[in-house]
Design a binder for this molecule. Sequence first.
Ligand code: NCD
Ligand code: ZN
Length: 344
Amino acid sequence: MIKKLSIRQPDDWHVHFREDEMLSVITKHSSRINRRCIAMPNTTIPITTSNQAKNYKSIIEKNSNHKNFEALIPCYITDNLDLHDFSNALKQNLFIGGKLYPVNSTTNSSLGVSDIKKIFKVFEILEKEDKMLLIHGEKVSEDINIFDREKYYIDEDLQIIRKNFQNLKIVLEHVSTAYGVEYIKSNKNIAGTITPHHMLLTKKDVFFDNSINPHHFCMPVVKDEKDLLALRNAACINNTKFFIGTDSAPHHVREKSENLNTKAGIFSAVCSLELYTEIFDEEDSLNTLEQFASINGPNFYNLPKNERIITLEKNSWYPPEFTEEKSIKIKNFFGNKKINWKLL
Ligand code: NCD
Ligand code: ZN
């Protein structure tokens, strides 16, 4: 039985650092593991300009506990971006790409995109600069069931984007369905990030008769067992199109309530790599963890692979139930539950 595993240091291609006190409490958990993180721009005031990106990057890096830790910032795309600033910021690598939130699809997305036709110029610029489009792929509409949002997004909006911008590189973020996995596998210029929680939970862990578990509630919502199995298969079976994106998304416990008005987001940064390792172990795939964690992401983003080697040990531990510091209190995903792997 394998007891120790050494791999290249990973990166997290989708994580939320928030702002102010919350940022100062949580950043060290991601920098404990990763060399680079894509810091999602859906802050209270979204990151839409080059100046904001510069400041946000610098604040995150100051709060990390490693001097070579790097925060990469995508631009929060709105219907009315300053295209001149956007284009220059991409050229100077101040933005790694653009993040498309359909309006009102998730936390802080009220300034998101109301109609993709309004942002064709943004796609054109990204394609020209060979920069990534990151998509929260959910179609939100009263007549679409919450479990079908990803499929509708793919069949409608994503198809249109890909047809019109054939050389645009796209990351379908936090893929949550077997349908999404198949779509990524069978099309070019598109890759996907996979969270630990979408490979560990199904809707039975979230929705009960008259209530929900708010600590398992996230967007996109977790789905059925067949989806969970397809995601595990995509991550573990040596496929170059999938990589880490934890979507670790903290909310203060007071923002969480047992109904659908609760804030969506699961905070996993305290144990994310350990959870991925446990999943790969369960799938008898520890030999492909490095590919998923540390190689596919940089390859797709055209960035160098990390040189440093990190080591995980098979040794059980229990993450604390909460991350509690200053005036912040967040429920940790897998808090008080046994995990069999630990990063040394
Ligand atoms: C994220 C958040 O809270 O910022 N929430 C979530 O449920 N995943 C936003 C997101 O990535 O959708
Ligand atoms: Zn997210």
